[in-house]
Design a protein around this ligand. Structure first.
Ligand SMILES: [Zn+2]
Length: 279
């Protein structure tokens, strides 16, 4: 008789599966992806998926008894000469190693994957006939362009996006004529300033991403570019966690939790309606 319950996969096995789905070669040159820390032979029963590996999400992993964190953003992106425990990141490294929680990062290699970060974002908004915003071939690439299930005005679409994406203090704001009708929407998870020209070239009626700034947005609109929808960075990448979690459960039979802890830095948002009055 053989035991019908198979042993949990090791960190090595989970890392191997993730590295196959998100090859390191797909990551941007300056990006740092893959296993950050953790023993290869440790069994993995529970995984926690997070956008950011910060003290709060690390404590969430420890409390949940997770053996592995799958994070989107790299913990250590730039050169590091110390992980002393009196530094912010060193503290995290110590906490993870002492609690025996491994850390894995899939960042720009998950952005360009198919399905990738922007597919999950597009799915939340019910976009159909998806194609990459910046085509890397074989259905892969940065961002996605798709059709809205129902055409909406920019004002309606902004409210719809706020309803569909996870709530944040920053919320959702848009730039352009509120009454313009949007049929084709380009989306890109995370900071999207660098793909404004691609949104124009894609013929999108609007482009949704995070971290848009005054000058690039103003100049883009002045040049006749598509309307812009600016969402919170965390909210734009949070949908991907559900997708990768579902895949890990099916692929490896492990328990996978998804962090709903909003790690966006913005915690307060206030809007005033009065006009500036100078006494
Ligand atoms: Zn990001």
């Amino acid at each position: 008789m053989t035991d019908s319950v198979s042993p949990p996969p090791t960190v090595r096995a989970v890392v191997g599966a993730l590295d196959t789905r998100y090859p390191h070669a797909w990551a941007e040159h300056c990006d740092r992806v893959g296993l950050v820390l953790g023993e290869f032979d440790t069994p993995v029963s529970t995984v926690l998926c997070v956008v950011d590996c910060v003290p709060e999400t690390v404590e969430e992993a420890v409390a949940a008894g997770a053996d592995l964190i799958v994070a989107h953003h790299p913990l250590l992106l730039k050169g590091v000469s110390s992980v002393a425990p009196d530094t912010f990141k060193g503290r995290i490294v110590h906490r993870l190693i002492k609690a025996d929680v491994a850390l894995y990062v899939a960042h720009t290699n998950a952005d360009v994957a198919n399905p990738g970060v922007s597919d999950a974002l597009a799915d939340r908004l019910d976009l159909t006939t998806l194609r990459p915003l910046v085509d890397h071939g074989e259905g892969r690439g940065i961002g996605r362009v798709g059709e809205l299930a129902v055409p909406r005005t920019l004002a309606e679409l902004t409210a719809f996006v706020a309803e569909r994406l996870p709530p944040t203090a920053a919320g959702v704001r848009a730039a352009g004529d509120p009454d313009s009708l949007i049929r084709t929407l380009a989306v890109s998870g995370g900071a999207g300033d660098s793909f404004l020209r691609d949104a124009v070239a894609a013929g999108a009626d609007a482009y949704l991403c995070a971290d848009l700034r005054h000058h690039p947005a103003s100049e883009h609109l002045a040049g006749g570019g598509p309307a812009l929808i600016d969402v919170a960075h965390w909210a734009s990448e949070r949908p991907w966690l559900d997708e990768v979690a579902g895949w890990l459960r099916r692929q490896l039979g492990v328990a996978v939790l998804v962090s709903d802890l909003d790690t966006d830095p913005w915690t307060v948002h206030s809007v005033s309606s009065h006009k500036e009055i100078h006494p």
